[in-house]
Design a protein around this ligand. Structure first.
Ligand SMILES: [Mn+2]
Length: 255
């Protein structure tokens, strides 16, 4: 990659030593840097200024984090909903809508796949175990995060299958009790767990959006398939940035 591309990572606000701190997962930062990206942290207290950030970045990485407040998809909170942060939700939902409008590629991880689904009109299980009528696997694993524990089946001919392979044998880690329920209209399911829980979604007509329910950032150092997700993200960022550069130069010539 000749040029270095700027990747925005929304920051979760956490109270550390009695101070509110803007935090990102250093493994996600490392995955971006490994593949030539320049990560920038996006504070999320002010949803109304997100357009400025989307103009600054070439791609958006939506990280893992707390549950999504169900008011954003028209539901009341159930008993087993976890911690939520409506400022984080509103900021990330704005980032998704703006990134889609401005054709900046998105890579959603865990909470990230949930947020992008909600931003585009889908819904979530607030808690798989109390809301799902099927036998459900252990999706909040007790194994260390770098270790895969359940398999997924990629959708044949999906874009995800091109990255990590066709078939039903890819082992992924799992650290969630929420999951995509109704898939947003412009997304397709790209992967399922063996119990039917949705483990990946992607945009239908292009490769602008990829989201996975597991944590590739905890696995990419030792697992080639998970590393390929970060490599593909940066390749998509480069492709869309080049398309925009061609579009902008044509627009300038016509002025
Ligand atoms: Mn899972």
């Amino acid at each position: 990659m000749d040029k270095q591309y700027v990747i925005g990572l929304p920051a979760e606000t956490r109270i550390i030593n009695n101070l509110a701190r803007n935090t990102v997962n250093d493994d996600e930062v490392a995955g971006v840097i490994k593949h030539g990206g320049v990560p920038v942290l996006i504070p999320t207290r002010n949803p109304e200024i997100m357009e400025h950030y989307v103009d600054l970045i070439d791609g958006l990485l939506l990280p893992g984090g707390p549950d999504v407040a169900p008011k954003f998809y028209g539901e009341e909170p159930v008993q087993n909903l976890g911690d939520t942060d409506a400022f984080l939700d509103a900021s990330e939902i704005a980032l998704v809508k703006l990134a889609v409008a401005k054709r900046k590629p998105i890579f959603g991880i865990c909470r990230g796949v949930q947020v992008l689904n909600v931003a585009l009109g889908g819904t979530l299980y607030q808690d798989l175990y109390s809301q799902r009528n099927h036998p459900t696997l252990q999706h909040y694993q007790k194994a260390p995060m770098p270790q895969g524990t359940h398999t997924i089946s990629t959708t044949p001919d999906s874009y995800l299958a091109k990255i990590i392979g066709q078939g039903d044998s890819t082992l992924v880690n799992s650290h969630h009790h929420e999951a995509v329920k109704a898939v947003a209209g412009q997304l397709n399911i790209s992967a399922l767990a063996k119990d039917g829980v949705i483990e990946g979604v992607e945009s239908q007509d292009d490769d602008l959006i990829i989201g996975v329910q597991w944590h590739p950032e905890a696995m990419f150092r030792t697992d080639e398939k998970q590393d390929a997700l970060f490599a593909d993200f940066m390749a998509r960022v480069e492709k869309f940035a080049n398309q925009k550069a061609v579009h902008d130069s044509v627009s300038t010539e016509n002025e």
